[in-house]
Every structure is written in C-alpha cells, then in structure tokens.
Design a protein around this ligand. Structure first.
Ligand SMILES: NC(=O)c1ccc[n+]([C@@H]2O[C@H](COP(=O)([O-])OP(=O)(O)OC[C@H]3O[C@@H](n4cnc5c(N)ncnc54)[C@H](OP(=O)(O)O)[C@@H]3O)[C@@H](O)[C@H]2O)c1
Length: 281
C-alpha cells in the first residue's frame, strides 16, 4: 500500500513514521509544502500518488488560534478541504485527525461519534467545520477524533509535569477537566489498522479510561518515582485564552466495532516513561 502522511514532523506524524512498516510510506511536512495552498497540495498528492492520505498537519496551538483565527481556519479547515479535493481528484482515501474540542464539554457520559458538535474555541470550530466539509466532499473519508495526545517528541503534558516536578515540591493541577490521555504510538498503530481495514466515517481513538489533568499528573509523578506533591485546583485559577471542554471523554464504541482495542492510559504512560528514559540515555 502507498501512503502519504502530511504532518510527518509533528508529534503524531513522527510516531506514524516510526510505527508504519511494511507499506510504502512518504512523510511530508511544512518544509515540503503548505496545506493551505491547493496547488501545492495537488502537486504533492500527484507526485506521491498515495492509496491513503493521512492528514495530521494542523495549527495545534489552541490558545494562539483564538487570536490568529484566520490562520486557524486556513490551516485546520481550508487545508483539509484542499486535501479532500486532491484525494478525490487522484482517487486516494483520506484519513483526517480531528479532536475532542469539537464538543462543548457539557456531557457527563462519553461522547459517541454522532453526538452533536458544539465547539467552544476557534481551534474546535476550525476542526468541526473541516469535518463537515470533508464528509460532503469525500463521504468515504475516515475522521479520527482523538484527545490529550502525548509522546516524547515536542511539548506534551507529561514532559511539562516531569520538568516541574524536578524543581518543585508541590504543583497545582486542574481537577475539573476530564478526558482521555492518548499516547501517540498507540494512536499511530490504531490509524495504521484503520487504513488497512479500509475504515470510513467518524471513529473515536484514545487510550482506554479517563481522568482529570490532576489525576493524570499524580499518576505521572508516582510512576516516575518522584516525591512532588500534586494538588488539585480549578480551571478558574488557570485562565487560558481558549475555553477547554470540562468533559471530553470519547466513547470507544466505534473502535470496538472495528475490533480494535486500545491499551489503558496508565499502561501507555509507563511505556512513555520508558521511551523518554531511553531517548535521554
Ligand atoms: N496534540 C493534541 O493534544 C491533540 C489532541 C486532539 C487532536 N489533535 C490533532 O492531532 C493531529 C496531530 O497533532 P500533533 O500534536 O501531532 O500536531 P503537531 O505536533 O503540532 O504537528 C503538526 C504538524 O503540522 C505542521 N503544519 C502546521 N501548519 C502547516 C501547514 N500550513 N502546512 C503543512 N504543515 C503544517 C506543523 O509544522 P510546524 O511545527 O512547523 O508548525 C507540524 O509539523 C492534529 O490534527 C491535531 O489537531 C491533537
């Protein structure tokens, strides 16, 4: 199978490039072309002629999206639209990565794939609009919604907590936002399986289980064997430009139906810590 990954230098893209063996995989990123430009997108797809396009490239700075609204929509909505049109033109399948931020966060039970969208941030709006356009342009596309992505590449929550814990005896972490952490290599493996099975429609893919950021941080500190005290606090003590969903757990039902099971986030965290240690060694 021939596959082109757009966003190959990012957190998820790097994991995909590492995990994807046995197929002919090309990884492209901003240095190869800008997904906002339809001509560049068409040229990259024409050159690589993939059977599957996996689009992970995005403007992912959720807070910066609030002030750079135009850029957010250009990258996160027009970029995917360009990709869908190129996929249609060259007969490729498209797998697009979306987010739990398409929901408003008022649920108290996991969001199913057909739950109504209600984004509360520019980032969430740009992704929600992309989903709607993609399903119109390419009804057979696959949209993978994920959440709370972490991995050894780039900035991610466990790394921030471990760096803080190395210098502080106490850290405060919000305990009123609940979701599911997702380890990039686990998500990458699920995406590869989805492409191999020819999946279409919306699929929710996160590590199994749920927690608050406080509970996640407490587990990170404990699993790393550190003595720092993690204290629960509330979001009003950490006001950010973009609204965060209070609850954004994504139901695993759509993935279960495809016979794919994700490891728990606690198991993923332990493998992340081992990978982080081996990278540092
Ligand atoms: N991170 C999370 O917690 C999370 C949660 C839910 C869903 N997601 C979604 O999962 C996907 C992967 O996220 P990630 O954390 O791996 O993202 P990431 O690390 O920020 O990687 C995104 C990549 O896209 C590139 N890019 C940005 N603008 C581009 C453009 N106009 N043309 C071409 N490439 C461009 C970036 O390059 P530069 O770095 O040079 O800008 C970067 O290499 C994204 O679609 C994201 O929205 C992420």
């Amino acid at each position: 199978m021939r596959v082109t990954i757009f966003g190959a230098a990012g957190l998820l893209g790097t994991a995909l490039m590492q995990q994807w063996t046995g197929d002919e995989v090309t990884g492209l990123d901003i240095a190869d072309g800008d997904i906002r430009d339809p001509q560049q997108v068409f040229a990259m797809v024409e050159r690589t002629r993939p059977e599957w396009i996996v689009l992970t490239a995005a403007y992912t700075d959720v807070d910066a999206c609030e002030t750079n609204c135009k850029l957010a929509f250009e990258v996160n909505c027009q970029g995917p639209v360009n990709m869908a049109q190129a996929a249609k033109r060259f007969g490729a399948r498209l797998l697009f990565i979306s987010t739990d931020y398409v929901f408003n966060g008022t649920n108290s039970t996991p969001y199913e794939v057909d739950a109504p969208r209600g984004p509360r941030s520019v980032y969430g709006q740009s992704k929600a609009e992309a989903e709607i356009h993609l399903l119109q342009i390419l009804p057979e596309c696959c949209i993978v919604r994920t959440s709370w992505l972490f991995g050894v590449r780039g900035k991610s929550f466990p790394d921030t907590i471990l760096k803080l814990a190395a210098t502080r005896s106490e850290i405060d972490v919000v305990d009123d936002q609940r979701g599911s952490p997702t380890y990039a290599p686990d998500l990458a493996r699920a995406i590869i399986q989805l492409c191999h099975t020819g999946a279409s429609g919306i699929v929710h893919v996160t590590n199994r289980g749920e927690c608050t950021w406080f509970e996640f941080a407490r587990e990170i500190v404990s699993a790393a064997g550190l003595n720092t005290t993690v204290r629960p606090t509330t979001s009003d003590k950490f006001v950010r430009p973009a609204a965060r969903p209070k609850y954004s757990v994504l139901s695993p039902k759509s993935l279960d139906q495809l016979g794919i099971t994700m490891p728990t986030w606690q198991d993923a965290l332990r493998r992340y810590l081992a990978e982080r240690n081996s990278v540092a060694a």
